[in-house]
Design a protein. Sequence first.
Length: 383
Amino acid sequence: LVLKLSVLKDFLSSIEKKALKALRDISTTAQSAPSQPSIRKAKNIPVQAFEVKLDVNLADLTKIGKSQKYTLSVDVEGGKLVVMKKQRDSQEDWNTFTHDKIRQLIKSQRVQNKLGIVFEKEKDKSQRKDFIFVSARKREAFCQLLQLMKNKHSKQDEPDMISVFTGTWNMGSVPPQKITSWLGSKGLGKTLDEMSVTIPHDIYVFGTQENSMGDKEWVDFLRGVLKDCTEIEYRPIAMQSLWNIKIAVLVKPEHENRISHIGTSSVKTGIANTLGNKGAVGVSFMFNGTSFGFVNCHLTSGNEKTARRNQNYLDILRLLSLGDKQLSSFDISLRFTHLFWFGDLNYRLDMDIQEILNYISRKEFEPLLKVDQLNLEKEKHKI
């Protein structure tokens, strides 16, 4: 027995020595290996260039001979805008304006790809130049980059401008696996350009219908996707649901303390206005001194149910309890500085399905807009 105990003691001592040696080896390897940062560094935005033409009237055109081509280069990280006049194949007459010398951006409502820029030339003196962009989307991308540059380098405590993402999606009760393409979607109209698609927004508002995920599960999912896409820990400030109709609002961390007077509400417009399978959810808040309202709705379906959809809209307008209570005598369209209304409105196209598909295949959308029930009801002032 003594002999066996002696052998066991030697065996255990041998294991202990081997374990200590392995631990020392691991420690040495860890110290010699380069340390990996636990937080990824935010991506720098490269300089972006936009080809534009100087918008001039006929009198000016006779003076300069012909319309002038320019390149506007936005350096977000450096905080400057370089304006270069192009002549033949060379670039010359370039001027650099720092972020604080760009006083105002004026978007033309009549010409969607036209933008006026007011520069500070000297103290109390300014100069305006109007530029024509290749498309409205290019103009929007330029404005967003300039906004980001000014906010990044501004010495003011509060931002001059903010950007808001609003999205709507009927999920058909199928939880999504990935939504990164939704966050960076580029469609028709004033949407993100490929140059600015990766720039994080200040506020994200997600409206969904037929979303079977739980509220907390959905918000956690959104935060994770935003973190992967933007490397920013967005903060949820509001979540409201009515059955499977949901609205979630997330903001950048630095804006959380700027938001106050948060309100949420919902309205049922299902059968006899008692079922929540159809209806609306809404969120309102103040961002510093500016009021915002967001409404996500799911209206009655069916090609022949236009009148019912109109009534859904009027009920939501009247019954959704959002915003300043002192303004409760007004419907919600009059209570906010900015109101965003979106969702699955369910208005249809009054046209044979095969005709619709033929127009779409030819990318001829104007005939479809003319038979869109939503447009027709707006023209009749019914909604």
